[in-house]
Design a protein around this ligand. Structure first.
Ligand SMILES: [Fe+2]
Length: 296
């Protein structure tokens, strides 16, 4: 965890919320004030308008099915009343980022940790760490999609195993390039791609950049390629990987990761902006505005 997120986590612990051993808390509904609800309302209105025609159909359908409120921070129990009967997933409130092992144990048990607090009004455009809007609006609509729900569950189990085997970076890249920053092919879109990653759908600027900018690469998804590719946490992505459909993720979820982790253990990683022979290039980026160092 970064220093900033550690500080935030400490702040939340210091706020006196009783935190269980699995880092969950009861969502402190009484702590949301007028400003929190107004920030949710502003972000919800802005992103739902922007995502029409840009986010994939499955994401937009998920927003509808869960029935997230537009004008106030959602009550997590209300979300679960729709989500759990559909796919067995439920969201649990947490103070902020939780340790990797704890996070993956939640995923492997179909629980998605959602940060309870909302960003401040001056953080509407950018916030490095996840808040309630990112975690809930960004991640939860696809958890009501059965195929994506199974992918996330399988991912959690694979990441637990990888963490215990000391191979977490390989699985972290898969999460980053699919769950957080994934694009999906869609012939109905002007440039042939739409958005499903939570880091994109919860960000106005990256929504526009990921779909419309000429700067980044957009490459066809390939599992081993993704697992070997470093990424950026400080700027827009240099490369987005594009899945054909959610069935492709479902097939990824069936992968026996153990031999793959062994095989890739000593394989060199690629830079975030590399385009390789053998890549399925959908658009080759102009690299405009890229920094040459800083990959994670
Ligand atoms: Fe996220």
């Amino acid at each position: 965890m970064s220093t900033a997120s550690t500080a935030k986590l400490k702040e939340q612990f210091d706020a006196g919320l009783e935190t269980r051993a699995d880092f969950t808390i009861d969502q402190p509904l009484e702590r949301y004030g007028t400003v929190d609800h107004a920030v949710w309302q502003q972000l919800y209105a802005r992103q739902t308008a922007l995502l029409e025609g840009r986010a994939c159909d499955e994401f937009l359908a998920g927003v509808e099915r869960i029935g997230l409120p537009s004008e106030r921070v959602p009550c997590f129990d209300d979300v679960n009343a729709k989500l759990t009967p559909a796919t067995g997933w439920r969201i649990v409130a947490v103070p902020g980022l939780v340790p990797d092992q704890v996070f993956f144990e939640h995923l492997a048990n179909r629980r998605f940790p959602v940060t309870w607090w909302m960003r401040r009004p001056d953080q509407v455009d950018y916030l490095q760490e996840p808040d309630c809007f990112h975690d809930l609006f960004g991640h939860v609509p696809l958890l009501i999609n059965p195929v994506f729900a199974d992918y996330m569950h399988a991912y959690g189990r694979a990441a637990l195993a990888a963490n215990e085997a000391g191979a977490l970076p390989l699985l972290a890249r898969l999460y980053w390039y699919t769950v957080e920053f994934g694009l999906i092919r869609d012939a109905a879109s002007s440039n042939g791609v739409k958005i499903y990653g939570a880091g994109i759908v919860s960000s106005k600027a990256e929504t526009v950049y990921s779909q419309q900018s000429a700067a980044p690469n957009r490459l066809g998804f390939a599992l081993e390629r993704v697992m070997r590719t470093r990424y950026r946490i400080d700027t827009f992505q240099q490369t987005y990987f594009v899945i054909d459909d959610f069935a492709q993720l479902f097939r990824v979820a069936q992968t026996d990761f153990a031999p793959l982790l062994t095989q890739l253990a000593n394989a060199p990683a690629y830079a975030a902006g590399d385009v390789l022979d053998g890549d399925r290039v959908i658009t080759r980026g102009t690299r405009q505005g890229w920094h040459t160092s800083g990959d994670v």
